[in-house]
Design a protein around this ligand. Structure first.
Ligand code: NOJ
Length: 610
C-alpha cells in the first residue's frame, strides 16, 4: 500500500490556480480580442486575489477554428494574442511576483494547417504519413464507400459549409455530417478527427510523434513555464481495433465513440514515458484533462504519486451529472440532484485520499457555464443580486474546504453569470454550440417543444457563457476593450465588475481572497487533511468535515432557497466546531440556532476551523 498522498507535501498541492481564457480576459490594443499585454496589465490584480499559478488557455499560432485548441505551430504565438517577446514578459512578470505559469498542451490533435499535417496528407509515402491516423474507407454491401467506422466526432455535424485545403492543391466545399473521419481527396483515404475536421488526431503509436511532443514540451519548460494543463489527454492512445461504437443514438448514423477512444491500452505507457523523458527533469506540475475518465482506479493509475505520470486530472463527474447520450444538449432535460453532486464529490475525495492520488477542485472553465447559473436554479441568481452574491460565496466555500489543488476560472471571483436568456443565437460563437443548434433545428422539425428544451439546455450549459469578456469596470464594454468586443459583454457589468468589488470587503472577490488565504493559513487540515462526508442522505445540505491530527474543519452549505433546521451530528467532534469563535467563512450574519439545531438561512455557507 503506497504512502498516502496527503503525507507528501508539494508546492502544486498548495497552489491556487487561475485559468485565463486569453481572448476574453483583457484587450490592450483595441482590436476587441484579449491579448498577452492585457494579461500583463492585470498581474497585480491576480496577485491581490492571491492566486499562485496561471493556467493560460492556448495562445499558440492557430487558425482558431476551435479558439486555439487547433494549433498550427507550437513554438509561435498567434499574432492576435501578441508576440513571443510578450510571452517572455508575461513569464518574467509572473516570476517577479512569485507566481507561476501553466501552458495548455494540446497534443491529442493539431490543426490541419500544422506543417506536420500538411506533409502527412500530401502523399501516401510521405515521411509524416504515419503521424496521423489514416484509414481506407469502408465499402458496404451496396458497394458504397464511407468512413472506416461509425464514430461520431465530439462536436457532431457541421452544417455550416467549410473548406478543405489539401496542401494548397485542392479546395473543396463540403457538408460534414458528424463522422469523426474526414475523406481527403489527395490520397483517397480518411483521417481521424475526434473533434473538428480541422483538428486531425496525432498518431501516438508512432514514436517520432511522441518525440516531437516531448521536444515541444521542453521548448516551453526551458523558457521558464512551470507546467502544463494537458488537453483531452485521455484520448492519446487509440484502441487497437477500429470497430464500430455501440449504437446509443438509435436514429443516427454516427455514434459517440468516447468509451472506445478514451483511456486506451497505451495511455499509461505514453504518460510514464513523458514523465521519464521530460517532466521528471523539471520541478513542474501537470494536470490532465480527462473528460471520459470515470473509473477511479484507472484515474489512480495516472495520478498515483509513485506512477511518474501526471500530478492530477480534471474529471467531469460533477459537470456531466445532467448530460445524456448526446452530451450537454441532450433532451429532455435530465435535472441533476444534490445527492448526485454529493456522491461525485465524496467519491473522488475519499478515493484519492485513501489511495495515494490527488484531486483537482474545480467548478468552472472555458468549457462550462458559470457556476452561479448552473448549480442553483438560474432564475434565482439572474433576478436577485443578493442571492447571486450568496450563491457565489456558497460555491466558493464548497471548493474551499476540499482536499486537492483549487482552480478559479476568470470572472468566477466576480460572480459572473451566464449570458442573458434573451440574447439571440448569433451571440453564441462557439462552434460546438452552433453545430448543436443546427442539428437540433433539423431534428426538432416542427416540434417546437423540442426546440424549447434545447434552448433551455443552451441557456444553462453552453460553453459560450464562460467566454464572454471579463467585467473590469463600468466604462463601455466593461473596460475589456476600447474597440468592439469579439463577444458581447454581459449587460450587468455596470453593477458587477472588478473595480467595484476589489475595494468592497463584502464582495465575492474579497470572499475568494479570503478563501485562498485560509487555504494557505490552514493548509494542514484544508489541503492535507482527511475527508468525511456527513449527512449523505440530506437532500438540502452539503456538510463535510476535514481532519488532520487535532486540527479540524467543518463545511456546511444550505443548497436551498429556504431555511433549513440542521441537527448538528453528535459524536464526530463536529459539535464543538459549530461556534462563532471558529467560524472562518460565512455569507450571512451571526450564527442562528438553539441547542443542537443550527438554523441555516437560504444558501447559507459556513466554514469552521479549529
Ligand atoms: C478540450 C478543450 O478544453 C476544449 O475547449 C476543446 O474544444 C477540446 N478539448 C478540443 O481540443
Amino acid at each position: 500500500m503506497p504512502e498516502p498522498a496527503i503525507a507528501r507535501h508539494r508546492w502544486w498541492k498548495e497552489a491556487s490556480i487561475y485559468q485565463i481564457y486569453p481572448s476574453s480576459f483583457c484587450d490592450s490594443n483595441g482590436d476587441g480580442i484579449g491579448d498577452i499585454p492585457g494579461i500583463i496589465s492585470k498581474l497585480d490584480y491576480l496577485h491581490e486575489l492571491g492566486v499562485d499559478v496561471i493556467w493560460l488557455s492556448p495562445v499558440y499560432k492557430s487558425p482558431q477554428k476551435d479558439m486555439g485548441y487547433d494549433i498550427s505551430d507550437y513554438q509561435a504565438i498567434d499574432p492576435r494574442y501578441g508576440s513571443m517577446a510578450d510571452m517572455d514578459r508575461l513569464i518574467a512578470g509572473l516570476h517577479a511576483r512569485g507566481m507561476k505559469l501553466l501552458m495548455d498542451l494540446v497534443v491529442n490533435h493539431t490543426s490541419d494547417q500544422h506543417a506536420w499535417f500538411q506533409e502527412s496528407r500530401s502523399s501516401l509515402d510521405n515521411d509524416k504519413r504515419k503521424w496521423y491516423v489514416w484509414r481506407d474507407g469502408f465499402m458496404n454491401e451496396k458497394g458504397e464507400e464511407g468512413p472506416p467506422n461509425n464514430w461520431r466526432s465530439v462536436f457532431g455535424g457541421m452544417w455550416a459549409e467549410f473548406k478543405i485545403q489539401a496542401g494548397g492543391l485542392t479546395v473543396k466545399t463540403q457538408k460534414h455530417e458528424g463522422s469523426a473521419w474526414q475523406y481527403d481527396e489527395v490520397t483517397g483515404q480518411y483521417y481521424l478527427h475526434c473533434f473538428l475536421p480541422g483538428q486531425p488526431d496525432l498518431n501516438w503509436e508512432h514514436p517520432p510523434v511522441r518525440e516531437a511532443v516531448h521536444s515541444q514540451m521542453k521548448f516551453w519548460l526551458d523558457k521558464g513555464t512551470d507546467g502544463f494543463r494537458m488537453d483531452v489527454i485521455d484520448l492519446i492512445s487509440k484502441p487497437r481495433s477500429f470497430a464500430d461504437a455501440p449504437v446509443v443514438l438509435p436514429n443516427e448514423r454516427w455514434q459517440p465513440a468516447d468509451k472506445l477512444i478514451s483511456n486506451g491500452p497505451r495511455l499509461n505507457e505514453f504518460l510514464e514515458e513523458m514523465g521519464r523523458e521530460v517532466l521528471s527533469k523539471y520541478d513542474v506540475m501537470t494536470v490532465g484533462e480527462m473528460p471520459w475518465m470515470t473509473d477511479k482506479r484507472e484515474a489512480l493509475n495516472v495520478v498515483g504519486w509513485w506512477r511518474g505520470e501526471l500530478d492530477m486530472i480534471f474529471q467531469f463527474d460533477m459537470i456531466t451529472m445532467d448530460f445524456g447520450n448526446n452530451g450537454r444538449y441532450s433532451w429532455p432535460e435530465k435535472p441533476w440532484t444534490l445527492s448526485t453532486l454529493k456522491g461525485a464529490l465524496e467519491g473522488w475525495q475519499t478515493f484519492m485520499i485513501q489511495n495515494g492520488g490527488w484531486n483537482s477542485v474545480c467548478l468552472e472553465s472555458h468549457d462550462q457555464p458559470r457556476s452561479v447559473s448552473r448549480f442553483v436554479d438560474r432564475s434565482l441568481t439572474d433576478n436577485d443580486p443578493v442571492t447571486r452574491v450568496r450563491v457565489a460565496k456558497m460555491l466558493a466555500t464548497l471548493e474551499a474546504g476540499q482536499c486537492g489543488t483549487i482552480y478559479v476560472y476568470q470572472g468566477q471571483e466576480l460572480a459572473m453569470k451566464n449570458m442573458p436568456t434573451h440574447w439571440p443565437i448569433e451571440e453564441y460563437k462557439d462552434v460546438e454550440t452552433q453545430n448543436a443548434y443546427k442539428e437540433a433545428l433539423e431534428q426538432a422539425g416542427r416540434d417546437e417543444s423540442k426546440m424549447q428544451d434545447f434552448m433551455k439546455a443552451l441557456h444553462l450549459k453552453a460553453r459560450d457563457h464562460a467566454r464572454i469578456p471579463v467585467q473590469w469596470d463600468s466604462s463601455s464594454h466593461a473596460g475589456f476593450t476600447t474597440g468592439m468586443p469579439w463577444m458581447r459583454v454581459n449587460e450587468d457589468y455596470p453593477q458587477w465588475n472588478a473595480a467595484l468589488q476589489v475595494p468592497d470587503e463584502d464582495s465575492v472577490f474579497s470572499f475568494w481572497k479570503k478563501v485562498l488565504q485560509l487555504r494557505k493559513q490552514y493548509k494542514n487540515v484544508l489541503i492535507y487533511g482527511d475527508f468525511e462526508m456527513l449527512v449523505r442522505e440530506d437532500a438540502r445540505v452539503v456538510a463535510y468535515r476535514r481532519t488532520n491530527g487535532q486540527e479540524r474543519a467543518l463545511v456546511l452549505l444550505n443548497f436551498t432557497n429556504g431555511p433549513v433546521e440542521w441537527e448538528i451530528p453528535r459524536g464526530r467532534r463536529v459539535e464543538e466546531l459549530v461556534d462563532e469563535r471558529y467560524r472562518k467563512l460565512g455569507n450571512h450574519g451571526k450564527l442562528l440556532g438553539e441547542g443542537d439545531v443550527l438554523s441555516l438561512r437560504p444558501f447559507e455557507a459556513l466554514m469552521f476551523i479549529k
